[in-house]
Write a protein that binds this ligand. Structure first.
Ligand code: PEP
Ligand code: MG
Length: 286
């Protein structure tokens, strides 16, 4: 499931999700007047992570910027991990807070809007220091890179060599690839079936698998059954959606044969009609 609040995490557990594939951490701080402190992060995350023992907990570090810009960052042009790496103390505070809460959890860390392998390396260096600071002695948690722009998909092979898993953010990928408005989630979700987007997803899946990594999709598009089928057909290993969509998605995946999904994905990929997603989905019967 995708979640950002205690209610959503609770709903995910009730819907018998296998875990949280995307825990958004920035929503608690959208009105913040300064970078959240380590203790601010602990206070925000503790009640959510307390519910996730026994589940995969994929915690994404702050994805500020664009439509998620708090007042103290008004006017900034960067977002995601680039913005955080420009403020390493702020990122380190969050990493220490996450590690302080991580005991006994099946924790994965997720980095938003990654566009280079260097960014993943830089976060790993900060994570090592954060671990030493809080006395974390177990193995460090896996670090995943979100692929959310055409550039990231083009560089997916090099990013996959540095990351422990990949996660495709279709809300942003569709917006950046097709120039659509991500504030129109339904249009954005269906447009993930556009061959221009699908080919970037296919490239990302291939890069992940060549590097021996799993790859998930955690954008809205994964909750549209026909589109989720295409993702399965492309070889995506994990899907993460809003808790309310889990049942339908699980049914879709269970009734779909792998070979039908692969055939649908191949047909959609080779469709040259571009943004006619209605046609792209026409062959899927539903
Ligand atoms: C996405 O872009 O698809 C995504 C999951 O991240 P967010 O919606 O938080 O930007
Ligand atoms: Mg995104």
């Amino acid at each position: 499931a995708n979640a950002a609040t205690t209610a959503e995490v609770r709903a995910a557990v009730e819907m018998q999700a296998d875990g949280v594939g995307l825990l958004r951490t920035e929503l608690a701080f959208l009105e913040a007047r300064a970078w959240p402190t380590e203790n601010d992060h602990v206070a925000a995350l503790e009640p959510l992570l307390a519910l996730l023992h026994g589940f995969v907990a994929t915690v994404r570090v702050l994805d500020f910027g664009s439509d998620k810009t708090p007042p103290f960052l008004a006017g900034i042009q960067t977002r995601g991990i680039e913005l955080l790496l420009a403020h390493p103390d702020a990122l380190s505070s969050q990493l220490r807070a996450i590690l302080r809460l991580a005991g006994g959890l099946d924790l994965r860390l997720l980095l938003p809007l990654v566009e280079s392998a260097d960014q993943v390396r830089a976060v790993r260096r900060l994570l090592q220091v954060a671990a030493a600071d809080v006395g974390w002695t177990p193995e460090l948690p896996p670090v995943g890179a979100m692929v959310e722009t055409p550039l990231a998909a083009e560089r997916a092979h090099e990013i996959a060599l540095e990351a422990d898993f990949l996660s495709i953010g279709t809300n942003d990928l569709v917006q950046y690839t097709l120039g659509l408005d991500r504030m129109q989630p339904l249009a954005t979700a269906h447009s993930a079936a556009d061959p221009r987007v699908l080919s970037l997803i296919a490239r990302t899946v291939e890069a992940a698998h060549e590097a021996g990594l799993t790859v998930e999709v955690c954008g809205e598009a994964a909750s549209v059954p026909d589109v989720a089928t295409l993702f399965v057909g492309l070889g995506v290993d994990e899907l993460s959606v809003a808790p309310a969509r889990i049942d339908e998605l699980r049914t879709t995946v269970r009734v779909t044969s792998a070979s039908d999904a692969a055939a649908a994905a191949a047909a959609s990929l080779s469709d040259e009609s571009g943004n006619e997603q209605g046609e792209v989905l026409g062959g899927l019967g539903g």
